[in-house]
Design a binder for this molecule. Sequence first.
Ligand code: PAF
Length: 280
Amino acid sequence: MITHNTILGLKDDLLRERGVVKNVGFVPTMGALHEGHLELMRRAKAENEILVVSIFVNPIQFNNKEDLAKYPRVLDTDSQLLESVGCDYLFAPSEMEMYPEPDNINYDFGLMGEVMEGAFRPGHFNGVAIVVRKLFEIVEPQRAYFGEKDFQQLAVIQQLVKMFNLPVEIVSCAIVRENDGLAMSSRNMRLTPEERAVAPKIHLILQKAVKLRNVLSPEELRRWTYDQLEAVEEFNIDYVEIADSELLQPIQHWNDCPESILFVALFLGKVRLIDNMRIF
Ligand code: PAF
């Protein structure tokens, strides 16, 4: 694996590669890699000739200074994991390299960008869109891989690609869970052992909730899920929402859309966790 910290260095190598290989698969990350990331990378490696991974803790997508400061940074361990999945190029730029000047673009994702994470983390998706578009321009991948745990992020990135006709295929990959059901996330490593023991209740409650689809209306099911989560003393809920899988708007009736998803965001101690589950 070759590591580049500069845009020019990476672009130079990829230009040479493109003379011989057809497909570049790309997995953008903020590091602190876990099995969920590695699954994206294995798939990207299997489906493309070259695998490029970026590690960049993107300051402009954090609306909470403490979250940014505490975001785990473990580049040495990450590099070893990347070697183990056959990553060809790691791009690990500095903040100066990515933002020599402040980037003031304002993307408008319409209603999709205003609900859930958009409402609770103002500016977050704009920061994500700015960095992802920059990374796409640097790496020029044929395919880019994103996990469904950040379902709304995935939808926003798909929208970004549509809005600007970006020449990249977005591949969405299923949530990877720990054995006890907790959705894998880099933030999980900030949970205390006590919090970590409580965290799988999110998945348990989501599992029970989706089974009630035939007996409750969307609003009743949303309320039921909220009440169950609220009953767990350690949870501090940001939102529970049932929304359609395309525009992510709350639904009133099950027949309103072909596919609906139950979304949850909550704090466990100082760590914010999100999860979601399709409702069949
Ligand atoms: O999902 C993430 O890790 C980040 O939001 C991403 C897509 C790498 C952009 O910084």
